[in-house]
Design a protein around this ligand. Structure first.
Ligand SMILES: *[C@@H]1O[C@H](CO)[C@@H](O)[C@H](O)[C@H]1NC(C)=O
Ligand SMILES: *[C@@H]1O[C@H](CO)[C@@H](O)[C@H](O)[C@H]1NC(C)=O
Ligand SMILES: *[C@@H]1O[C@H](CO)[C@@H](O)[C@H](O)[C@H]1NC(C)=O
Ligand SMILES: *[C@@H]1O[C@H](CO)[C@@H](O)[C@H](O)[C@H]1NC(C)=O
Ligand SMILES: *[C@@H]1O[C@H](CO)[C@@H](O)[C@H](O)[C@H]1NC(C)=O
Ligand SMILES: *[C@@H]1O[C@H](CO)[C@@H](O)[C@H](O)[C@H]1NC(C)=O
Length: 434
């Protein structure tokens, strides 16, 4: 008895997940956010356009539900001097945030808001450190369903005692250690005694104090060893620095997150940041790989582009039903894992050439998802060999579907090869023997 409960503890390092009503936060969130599309230039019109497009384009029918307003929605000049509450900018949001929430709810969607665990947001607007309860109450009163909580504006007496290594693209360190980190924590340091943990936990407690269920999305950029306490604190937690609309950032974040897949489970999801499909220099092939990797890693899928102008190719990518089904599995909590690095020897930490071969089981697909990435700068072939794939070992022939085209590839013996353009990927649904 004693032995077996110890063994259980060892298997479930963070068993206290943030469990919410109606399954909110059990699976990765699906939605849209204003930042990657519009930055600080956000208003009611843009939010409602995105919400309406989510319905019109069929994204809502696929499960995309959150319409999230990022930074710059409030009065930059400060809080209400009488009540101390955050105030919407009524020039850009003439109906207030509650009025937008009503309209978004009227479409059958949910609405998200943004703040920071500091004195100011990243764009310099008033933020929530020290005002957690009042702000949670304000948002609940407006009908808010989701909070993205950033890590800017932290005053000096709230910084951490020790520095934490978030290697994120800055170097080629084995398994993401930072050899030259200044002021590192002593071995065995418990990061739940850090100020970062306290800042994020204060808001969790405030949200739990409200009757309304508000999904809690931590955005602390991987700091303070959040992977070890994110599950008890929020429903997702950013595990890296920000994404940008470029393949180099997509590849660097994929590389870093590939080492974090043991932290993925129901109610808790490392968040590789919002999608850049449709933005900047990201090509159609790169957008396919980006979306496929994010879905396979069971990260939140938060669209970050202007839906009004999204191309058909990119729309098809974010509507891929196989990948959405894999991401939203009600029975299997684990993500896909790399089963082979491919370009590099296994377990290599390389921001340019992340793990290229991934697989994971899926109840929704009734089989195994296999993803193969070409991380190189030119066309190359990648081959899925059944014997190398944990879920497929021991079988010789499988029924394969190409998840991009939906094409039935029939019964495939031993292995399947794809010739892939630079940064493109193949996604296969592999089912029981034929
Ligand atoms: C409110 O938003 C408008 C733009 O819509 C901007 O010009 C103005 O500076 C904002 N006011 C405050 C106090 O943030
Ligand atoms: C930082 O200072 C503020 C204002 O004096 C205080 O309320 C807060 O508790 C301090 N933070 C910490 C972590 O001690
Ligand atoms: C990286 O981590 C994996 C799994 O934790 C381990 O098997 C591997 O040996 C590590 N590699 C290095 C270079 O530390
Ligand atoms: C760490 O610091 C040492 C000494 O300053 C330097 O030689 C080495 O290149 C640094 N390593 C990395 C990975 O930055
Ligand atoms: C989070 O906790 C729940 C149990 O409450 C568990 O099922 C899940 O696997 C945990 N997730 C992680 C990432 O540890
Ligand atoms: C591919 O392109 C990236 C970005 O331009 C560059 O950093 C990298 O060295 C290139 N790799 C090869 C193998 O040419």
């Amino acid at each position: 008895m004693f032995i077996s409960s110890l063994a259980m503890l060892a298997l479930l390092p963070s068993a206290n997940a943030l469990v919410r009503k109606d399954g909110v936060g059990r699976l990765p969130a699906l939605g849209w956010n204003s930042w990657n599309a519009f930055g600080c230039d956000v208003n009611e019109d843009k939010i409602m356009t995105a919400a309406n497009e989510m319905v019109k384009l069929g994204l809502k029918d696929l499960g995309y539900e959150y319409v999230n307003i990022d930074d710059c929605w409030s009065m930059k000049t400060g809080r209400n001097s009488m009540t101390g509450r955050l105030m919407p900018n009524m020039t850009s949001f003439p109906d207030g945030i509650s009025g937008v929430a009503d309209q978004v709810h009227g479409l059958g969607l949910k609405i998200g808001i943004y703040s920071s665990a500091g004195e100011t947001t990243c764009a310099g607007y008033p933020a929530s450190l020290g005002h957690e309860s009042l702000d949670a109450e304000t948002w609940a009163g407006w009908g808010i369903d989701y909070l993205k909580y950033d890590n800017c504006g932290v005053p000096s007496n709230w910084t951490d005692q020790y520095n934490f290594c978030v290697p994120d693209g800055s170097g080629n360190f084995p398994n993401g250690t930072c050899p030259n980190l200044s002021n590192p924590a002593p071995a065995g340091y418990d990061w739940t005694s850090s100020n970062t943990f306290k800042r994020y936990t204060a808001m969790r407690n405030a949200l739990l104090g409200e009757k309304r269920t508000i999904l809690y999305s931590l955005c602390d950029w991987g700091d303070g060893d959040v992977n070890t306490w994110g599950n008890e604190t929020g429903n997702s937690w950013r595990m890296s620095g920000d994404i940008s609309a470029s393949w180099s950032r997509i590849a660097a974040i994929t590389n870093e997150n590939s080492f974090k897949m043991n932290y993925v489970g129901f109610w808790g999801h490392p968040d590789p940041d919002m999608l850049e499909v449709g933005n900047g220099d990201v090509t159609d092939a790169e957008a396919r790989s980006h979306f496929a990797l994010w879905a396979a890693m069971k990260g939140p899928l938060i669209i970050g582009t202007d839906l009004d102008t999204l191309s058909q190719a990119n729309l098809a990518t974010i509507k891929n039903e196989y990948l959405i089904k894999f991401n939203q599995d009600p029975v299997v909590g684990r993500s896909a894992h790399p089963y082979k690095w491919g370009y590099n020897p296994d377990w290599t930490f390389d921001p340019v050439h992340p793990a290229e071969y991934w697989s994971g089981p899926s109840s929704n697909l009734g089989g195994t998802l296999v993803l193969m990435l070409n991380s190189e700068n030119s066309t190359a072939t990648r081959t899925a060999i059944w014997e190398e794939i944990p879920e497929l070992k021991g079988g010789s022939s499988y029924h394969v579907t190409d998840a991009w085209s939906g094409k039935d590839l029939g019964c495939v013996k031993s292995q399947y090869s794809s010739t892939l353009a630079s940064h493109d990927s193949a996604v296969l649904v592999v089912k029981g023997c034929c």
